[in-house]
Ligand binder design. Structure first.
Ligand SMILES: Nc1nc2c(ncn2[C@@H]2O[C@H](COP(=O)(O)OP(=O)(O)OP(=O)(O)O)[C@@H](O)[C@H]2O)c(=O)[nH]1
Ligand SMILES: [Mg+2]
Length: 110
């Protein structure tokens, strides 16, 4: 299975990727990710691929869309990483969720 990790910079995408792969040293958490990085590990005998991405901006968005297109023969999972504060989701996260729904519409099954 392939996971695409998407979200604002510094919200924990690389950290989440390491957790999914069960290996704390795959992606550099705590350092800004500058380019799309792909890693594969076997987790409980299953091949798992994680695509870690930089913080969402127009350039990243286009690159992600290209990768979705390349991967679209197989099902994949899009993980939006958000930071949950006491008061709930931030307005920024709501906006980016809406933007993703629009931008990635063609890749999301009805
Ligand atoms: N409190 C808390 N901190 C977290 C969590 N996940 C990650 N962090 C911390 O948040 C910081 C940024 O984490 P990263 O995984 O590097 O964030 P990122 O989304 O990959 O950042 P960019 O690569 O800049 O887009 C690190 O110092 C992590 O230790 C979490 O679930 N809770
Ligand atoms: Mg990162």
């Amino acid at each position: 299975m392939t996971y695409f990790l998407i979200g604002a910079s510094g919200f924990g995408k690389s950290c989440a990727g390491n957790n999914i792969l069960g290996d704390g040293d795959v992606f550099q958490a705590g350092h800004r990710t500058n380019r799309v990085t792909v890693a594969t590990r076997y987790v409980d005998g299953q091949r798992v691929t994680v695509v870690d991405t930089p913080g969402l901006n127009q350039g990243t968005l286009q690159e992600i869309k290209h990768m979705f297109t390349a991967a679209s023969r197989m099902p994949f999972i899009i993980v939006q990483v958000m930071r949950y504060f006491k008061g709930g989701l931030q307005e920024k996260d709501r906006q980016s969720l809406e933007m993703m729904k629009t931008e990635f519409k063609e890749f999301i099954p009805k």
